[in-house]
Design a protein around this ligand. Structure first.
Ligand SMILES: *Cc1c(COP(=O)(O)O)cnc(C)c1O
Length: 359
């Protein structure tokens, strides 16, 4: 068996131990004689899976009791509508535009109310997180929306905005569980699973209790947080297998020493690549230094032909899916929690050799 080092931005690499456990339990989950894929979501065995998943996530993120944890479908993108539908009580929200995902969220929110774009880094192809001036915030906004880690452009908020009483809403799709966050600083956190949690199909929503139950009358039932809170994420069939894998990943995170331990490792992994980029006359990182992500590292070589050659030779060496997003070009190494340090070291060695051969 030859496993590659997969630098895909998402769906992305999963811990090998999780895949092995899922394989072992594939045909007969804990003596039930069936796979989790074949199991009714009303069965006791599945109830235990979703309850354990929630309990583990609460423990890993230190989620207080006045927050609900939901396992939903429709991907992170469905939350671009669910958030304004549930939270825009006074039809007014602040958004920061830091990339393709915030742009989509902004255009969706505009269907439901007034959107104040507090700041944007679009004029510089989203290569940085704008400095936020509190004077530009709307004191009466229903919420303040950010994307903590910008998957395509490789930028990260190194400091969260202080929004006072206005609930902070965060799209954490590409960096949930990669570093510690104080959940009490947020009104709502959401994340599609396929970057740092598990397979595509499940979206995690962590929402403060007082923000639930105020959805607009026109909100589709399936987008109303209150419905899912009351049904404990079992209003309809949940993405059972994705929830199961997420549970295994949460167990794995705990075994690794928790979020803090993974954060330290993630910083070490990212530093290996950034050190190379900073000391190279050949490769160049595209994000500004004080905004750099530790999950997604976009970079370029001197020209698009060399980029293509790099990607192709890397693939031959078992370093795959390094092509940058189509809107940016170049390369992007996504180094989520499940990317081992050895994979990053192998990439860095390969980059060094490639630079020597092609300079
Ligand atoms: C991948 C991603 C999304 C989109 O997720 P889907 O599940 O495909 O809708 C949204 N936001 C961020 C930050 C992402 O990385």
């Amino acid at each position: 068996m030859a496993r590659v080092y997969n630098f895909s931005a998402g769906p992305a690499v999963l811990p090998e131990a999780v895949l092995q456990k899922a394989a072992d339990e594939m045909l007969d989950y804990k003596g039930t004689g069936m796979s989790v894929m074949e199991m009714s979501h009303r069965l006791k065995a599945f109830d235990a899976i979703i309850k354990d998943a929630e309990a583990l996530l609460r423990e890993l993120m230190n989620i207080p009791d006045n927050y609900h944890v939901l396992f939903l479908q429709g991907g992170a993108s469905t939350q671009f509508s669910a958030i304004p539908l549930n939270l825009m009580v006074n039809n007014k929200a602040d958004y920061v535009n830091t990339g393709a995902w915030s742009k989509k969220a902004i255009s969706e929110a505009k269907r439901y109310g007034r959107v104040n774009v507090v700041a944007s880094s679009e004029e510089k192809t989203f290569t940085y997180i704008p400095k936020l001036k509190k004077a530009d915030f709307s004191a009466d906004a229903d919420y303040f929306y950010i994307v903590t880690n910008n998957t395509i452009y490789g930028t990260l908020y190194h400091e969260l905005p202080d929004t006072g009483n206005v609930p902070l809403v965060a799209d954490m799709s590409s960096n949930i569980l990669s570093q510690e966050y104080d959940v009490t600083k947020f009104g709502l956190i959401f994340a599609g699973a396929q970057k740092n949690i598990g397979p595509a199909g499940v979206t995690i929503v962590i929402v403060r209790d007082d923000l639930v139950g105020k959805a607009k009358d026109t909100t589709p039932t399936m987008l109303d947080y209150k419905i899912h809170v009351e049904a404990k994420s079992l209003y309809n069939t949940p993405p059972c297998y994705s929830v199961y894998i997420a549970k295994l990943v949460f167990e794995w995170v705990k075994q690794q020493g928790g979020v803090k331990a993974l954060h330290d490792l993630n910083k070490e992994k990212a530093a290996l690549i950034y050190d190379l980029l900073d000391n190279s006359d050949f490769f160049k990182g595209t994000a500004e230094k004080d905004s750099r992500s530790i999950m997604n590292v976009p970079f370029v070589s001197p020209n698009p032909d060399l980029d293509a050659k790099f990607i192709s030779e890397a693939t031959e060496n078992g370093l795959v899916t390094l092509k940058g997003h189509r809107s940016v070009g170049g390369m992007r190494a996504s180094i989520y929690n499940a990317m081992p340090l050895a994979g990053v070291k192998k990439l860095v060695e390969f980059m060094k050799k490639f630079e020597v051969k092609n300079s």
